[in-house]
Design a protein around this ligand. Structure first.
Ligand SMILES: Cc1cc2nc3c(=O)[nH]c(=O)nc-3n(C[C@H](O)[C@H](O)[C@H](O)COP(=O)(O)OP(=O)(O)OC[C@H]3O[C@@H](n4cnc5c(N)ncnc54)[C@H](O)[C@@H]3O)c2cc1C
Length: 386
């Protein structure tokens, strides 16, 4: 295996993986294990680039613990027999540390990554049965038999959720909290990143206060699935801040409908609830629209949830040969947005591609042994006995 280079413009690949984050590196390793020889991983920046861009203060919520000697994989590992906890000697890695782990995995397992390859779009030429995919980057067009889309969400924050959203700032784009201004702040969205932002703000001292607005009031509920509620770590931090009298107000009620600049700052109009005025630019913690916005025509979408529709092998129901890995994978009520969840589908995708390429799939047995091969989705639900 070797990395694609600009001279490869006429070269063909069995599989092109777009994105060298947790999902791209993880699935590429699985594809390497089944012997996909002509494999390229393209990234617009570098391995782990999104993690590298996390604000410095952010740490992983899911703890890393080296336990695979006893059959339990580190929650943040992307391959069997690796552990960010062991490699980095920390339980809650920062984004920069986790990028270091991904780079080590890519290097050690010889993942063929081509850096600086910004993929602009994909096209499918159905007349070309052998190599139907055209992966267009800024410099060239690469032909591929299969494409695995692993370009993630983080580099595509949702900035237009309602009229006036352009007056707000997205939490993921806030590099420095020290210069956000004194007085009142509002954070729109009360899940992980919203509560984290609120905690960051009140840590600045007595001269700031913050209101978090979210009609779903996720801070109220404990749920088994951390994709739908706050994780125990964030609940604990929030409880600590409220108990020590930090000035955080959690506000449910109607969703923010519009933000307008007014003389005293910004007016947040809410559906069926009183408006709020804040002197500082509101923060958006409303999530990410995701890299799939580049591929609208390649996927069918569920009209209710707007999640992309996938086959049981995580292949697009509309465009055969295009697979999806990473946090945008959904199957019914199951949301695969944490690493410990979506890594369980790498082997599912690798197995399907191996079958179609006529390669043996037994190297993937080690994924099953490591609890990284979730092909029976009936096993997952929200029940818990305590
Ligand atoms: C604040 C925060 C905290 C989180 N905490 C946790 C946690 O504790 N535990 C957990 O499991 N998950 C956590 N997550 C979620 C986790 O970070 C994501 O699920 C994970 O990054 C997704 O990995 P990925 O490989 O799909 O995407 P990314 O890591 O974003 O990788 C995508 C890669 O694709 C590249 N790329 C993007 N677009 C293109 C393009 N057009 N062409 C070429 N390359 C492209 C990027 O440069 C990037 O390297 C957190 C997320 C956030 C934002």
């Amino acid at each position: 295996m070797r990395a694609v280079s600009p001279q490869d413009r006429n070269e063909e690949f069995d599989v092109v993986v777009v994105g060298a984050g947790a999902a791209g590196i993880g699935v590429a390793v699985a594809l390497g294990k089944v012997g996909v020889a002509k494999l390229a991983v393209l990234d617009r920046y570098d391995v782990g680039a999104s993690f590298e861009r996390w604000p410095k203060h952010l740490r992983f919520l899911t703890p890393s613990f080296p336990a695979h000697g006893f059959g339990l994989l580190d929650l943040n590992a992307v391959t069997p027999r690796t552990s960010p906890g062991l490699a980095l000697q920390t339980e809650h890695p920062s984004g920069q540390q986790y990028a270091e782990y991904l780079r080590a995995v890519a290097e050690h397992l010889h993942v063929p990554v081509a850096r600086g390859q910004d993929v602009l779009d994909l096209q499918r030429d159905s007349r070309d049965e052998k190599m139907p995919w055209r992966v267009r980057t800024r410099d060239h067009v690469i032909r591929a038999r299969f494409v695995v889309w692993a370009a993630g969400e983080f580099q595509y924050p949702r900035l237009n959720g309602f009229p006036g959203a352009e007056h707000c700032r997205h939490t993921s784009l806030t590099a420095s909290w020290d210069s956000i201004g004194e007085g009142g702040h509002v954070v729109i969205g009360g899940l992980e990143s919203g509560i984290d932002a609120a905690l960051r703000i009140v840590e600045l001292g007595e001269r700031v206060r913050v209101r978090v607005v979210d009609p779903a009031e996720p801070w109220q509920y404990a749920q088994l699935d951390p994709s739908r509620a706050l994780t125990p770590r964030t609940q604990e931090r929030l409880r600590g801040a409220l108990e020590s009298g930090r000035r955080i107000r959690l506000i449910g009620g109607g969703p923010v409908q519009r933000v307008t600049p007014v003389e005293r700052g910004y007016l947040l109009e809410r559906t069926g609830a009183r408006g709020l005025v804040t002197p500082n630019r509101p923060f958006l913690a409303t999530g990410f629209s995701g890299s799939l916005s580049l591929l609208d025509s390649e996927f069918d979408r569920d009209p209710e949830t707007s999640a992309v529709k996938l086959t049981e092998h995580d292949e697009s129901t509309r465009s055969p040969g295009l697979f999806l890995v990473g946090p945008q994978v959904r199957h019914g009520a199951l949301i695969f947005c944490f690493i410990y969840k979506f890594r369980q589908r790498f082997a599912v995708v690798a197995k399907e591609i191996a079958n179609r390429l006529g390669l043996a799939t037994d190297p993937l047995d080690e994924y099953r042994a490591a609890g990284m091969f979730l092909d029976d989705l009936s096993c997952c639900d929200d029940s818990c006995v305590c």
